[in-house]
Design a protein around this ligand. Structure first.
Ligand code: ADP
Ligand code: ZN
Length: 521
């Protein structure tokens, strides 16, 4: 047998692994040979080795840009353990310690140096770079360069200096956020037009996706757990701390071992709950999204969302915490229109720049589109990440294809009612008008005199709400934010009004009773 390649030899003798995974071998080969690379790989896919191995294969030191200070420390500790000369430079270091790292770097004593982005772009560090021998630049969490990413960092924009100042040094950018807009941004802003792209599949075939409409969310959740996951470990995500507390307490009254976790709890109680979740079997963690980063529990059998995630990336990351062991696991989500309104208010009230808000709105609307999808969920999720696939046979829509009923005519009535009442009212009121109800608000605004009053008596309230949601998801309506959930028509409404765009809904097997639930689901 021929001797193994230097890369494989290193992988085995330094890192203790027998073989590269997926695209790792090709990426290592590209970068070790001095080429640039853009790596899109889901979390846990093994991105670190993609720059660590080439850094060790090449002469000089690999400089790794990372915004995550805590992870830097972990990585460096792990590398030192393996006998690799590694260090980091960030704000946690005392001046003396930082000077010593700088000295070792320039003296060629290091093989890997992790640097926070704001430090890398200082004149001081750039002059060190000019004096050191460089194996490569690795730009981790590269989506931080993009306003489309969920974690924009302005300092990342300055990383283009690496392309200009060090043309001979290979650069590898890595991220687990792969939607098309982010990817394009990374390429142009980091000057990676000629880099080879390595796109791993983001599919998690063992996850079964189910998205249901909220009726009474708690009961739906409970019956899901009882039916599918009695005694299993799981995570339930809620938007607010209060809902986390309430839901955990309520589940305990239902004999489910549920614990709360959110950033408002005492650090000690939080750590205790996390430890119980990781150690014991069958614990259900009810949490805000603060929970889960860096938690590696392989046998989480389900992730449930009681509130709508704000983007498909968030949904993907959060559901991705289920079934790490490769065994079947469930991703279950209940959503309602009130969620959309709440999230929209959060976006509008965030004080972010207008450009940022526009991005967030678009992301939310894509998420809603996923919820409303009548086809394979996996096709929709992976499609969002630019990946094509076949109907999966392992999502609610594949397993129970929804029966569709044409509602194009009702959609026209719904839109026309928005128009006749002045492009400013919320769904509750619009439905009252359509159904010809003499509510106080209808009387106040004399909406019993508009032409759409009472033209929708033949359709029940739940169906009207679903029609409005679809119209929102398809962009024919948008939420008016100053107006507490008021809706207005967009240009896209024309196609529906003209009859050029059909609209169908799932046939319902049961009637929902929204009346009593007004003002909160
Ligand atoms: P990412 O940064 O993509 O989230 P990591 O680089 O942290 O992923 O790797 C995830 C896990 O997979 C780590 O525990 C790592 O040791 C392991 N791993 C990566 N590549 C391999 C491989 N070729 N063989 C075995 N384990 C690997
Ligand atoms: Zn499917």
């Amino acid at each position: 047998m021929s001797s193994p390649s230097p890369a494989l030899h290193l992988l085995e003798h330094v890192f203790g692994y027998r073989a590269f995974r997926g695209e790792q071998a090709a990426i290592v080969e590209q970068v070790a040979a001095g080429g640039d690379a853009l790596v899109l790989m889901p979390t846990g896919g093994g991105k670190s080795l993609c720059y660590q191995v080439p850094a060790l294969l090449r002469e000089g030191c690999g400089v790794v840009v990372s915004p995550l200070i805590a992870l830097m420390q972990d990585q460096v500790d792990a590398l030192k353990e393996l006998g690799v000369a590694a260090a980091f430079l960030n704000s946690t270091l005392e001046m003396d310690a930082a000077r010593e790292v700088e000295r070792a770097f320039v003296a060629g004593e290091l093989k890997l140096l992790y640097v926070a982005p704001e430090r890398l772009v200082t004149p001081r560090f750039l002059s060190l770079l000019a004096r050191a021998r460089l194996a490569l630049f690795a730009i981790d969490e590269a989506h931080c360069v993009s306003a489309w990413g969920h974690d924009f960092r302005p300092e990342y924009l300055q990383l283009s200096v690496l392309a200009d100042g060090f043309p001979g040094v290979p650069r590898i950018a890595l991220t687990a956020t792969a939607d098309h807009a982010t990817r394009q941004d990374i390429i142009t802003r980091l000057r990676l037009e000629t880099a080879r792209q390595f796109v791993s599949s983001f599919d998690r075939p063992n996850l079964r996706y189910t998205i249901v409409e909220k009726k009474s969310a708690r009961e739906q959740l409970l019956s899901f757990i009882r039916r599918e996951h009695e005694g299993d470990s799981g995570i339930i995500y809620c938007l607010s701390r209060k809902k986390v507390e309430d839901t955990a307490a309520w589940l305990r009254t239902q004999e489910i071992k549920a614990l709360p976790y959110h950033a408002g709890m005492e650090a000690e109680a939080r750590a205790r709950n996390q430890q119980i979740f990781i150690r014991d079997e069958g614990v259900v963690m009810v949490a805000t999204i603060a929970f889960g980063m860096g938690i590696d529990k392989p046998d989480v059998r389900f992730v449930a969302h009681l509130d709508l995630p704000k983007s498909i990336e968030n949904y993907y990351q959060e559901t991705g915490r289920a079934g790490r062991d490769g065994q079947p696991a469930d991703a279950w989500l209940a959503y309602g229109l009130n969620d959309v309104m709440l999230l929209t208010e959060m976006i509008e009230g965030s004080g972010s720049a207008e450009e940022q808000k526009a991005v967030e709105r678009a992301k939310l609307s894509a998420m809603l589109g996923l919820c409303e999808a009548t086809g394979c969920r996996r096709i929709a999720i992976l499609g969002y990440f630019g990946e094509q696939t076949q109907p999966c046979g392992n999502c609610d829509n594949c397993l129970n294809p929804p029966k569709l009923i044409d509602h194009s005519e009702s959609a026209r009535k719904a839109l026309s009612c928005v128009f006749r009442t002045g492009n400013r009212f919320g769904v509750g009121h619009l439905v009252d008008v359509l159904q010809g109800k003499q509510s106080p608000k209808v009387k106040e605004f004399c909406h019993d005199r508009v032409s759409t009053f009472g033209i929708g008596k033949d359709v029940d309230e739940a169906t009207w709400r679903a029609i409005y949601r679809q119209l929102l998801a398809r962009g024919a309506l948008r939420l008016k934010l100053e107006g507490h959930g008021g809706l207005e028509l967009t240009d896209a409404a024309r196609a529906f009004l003209r009859g050029d765009a059909p609209l169908s809904l799932r046939a319902r097997t049961e009637k929902f009773h929204y009346r009593g639930e007004r003002g909160g689901e």
